[in-house]
Design a protein around this ligand. Structure first.
Ligand SMILES: [Zn+2]
Length: 214
């Protein structure tokens, strides 16, 4: 299967990237049990494979992220600004993590004001990863062991250092973004949807593990 960067390399610059973005993020969720699925034929009028309840229309799992993913693809095609892919990929991963934590809180029936306090208290990415661990009993990276998309977080770790160098002008930071970094950002951005679909399916559905005991 071709990677997103390979597909973009073959696409004419200026043509729409919407269909590629939509293909990467097409995951649906059962509104009854939270089971995540990628089969288009089960989108409407289909019994959920997990809970068996007939569903008129499954919920689209990812929506707000579409523009970010399109921008990553568009920047990749631009000779002049393709380094921005790295910044946008980091922003995308942070958006995914925020939405995952919100879904997990909703599954645990944590009230909105409490959720907001938690998200304010755990604001940075490493803190939010810690919050995920507190709410599930497992580290994100452990949850992804054996999954082909586990590399999304490894890519984030290496690219985030460069992003911080650029975004915050850290002294001594390396600003050199290579062609490999840009490709890695684009491919990890495309894979991030499978990665977070897996996490939503396992930690935000009705049969996901309960809040761990302290
Ligand atoms: Zn269901």
């Amino acid at each position: 299967m071709s990677t997103a960067s390979e597909i973009l390399d073959e696409k004419e610059v200026g043509t729409s990237v919407r269909s590629l973005a939509t293909a990467c993020m097409f995951f649906t969720m059962c509104p009854e049990c939270g089971h995540v699925d990628k089969k288009r034929e089960t989108l409407t009028n289909h019994p959920c494979q997990k809970c068996g309840i007939p569903i008129d229309r499954r919920r689209i799992l990812f929506a707000t992220e579409v523009r970010l993913l399109e921008m990553i693809f568009e920047c990749y095609q631009s000779e002049k600004s393709n380094e921005l892919c790295v910044l946008l990929f980091c922003a995308l991963l942070e958006q995914h993590l925020l939405n995952l934590l919100k879904s997990r809180c909703i599954r645990l029936k944590i009230e909105w004001p409490v959720m907001e306090l938690l998200l304010e208290g755990y604001e940075r990415v490493h803190e939010r990863l810690k919050l995920f661990e507190r709410l599930t009993g497992v580290k994100v990276r452990e949850a992804l062991i054996g999954q082909p998309v586990a590399s999304v977080f490894t890519t984030y770790d290496s690219l985030n250092r460069k992003r911080n160098g650029i975004a915050h002008g850290l002294p001594g930071a390396t600003y050199a973004i290579t062609k490999e970094d840009i490709k890695a950002a684009v491919n990890a951005a495309a894979d991030s949807f499978s990665c977070f679909a897996f996490l939503h399916h396992n930690y935000c559905a009705i049969d996901s593990p309960p809040l761990p005991n302290s």
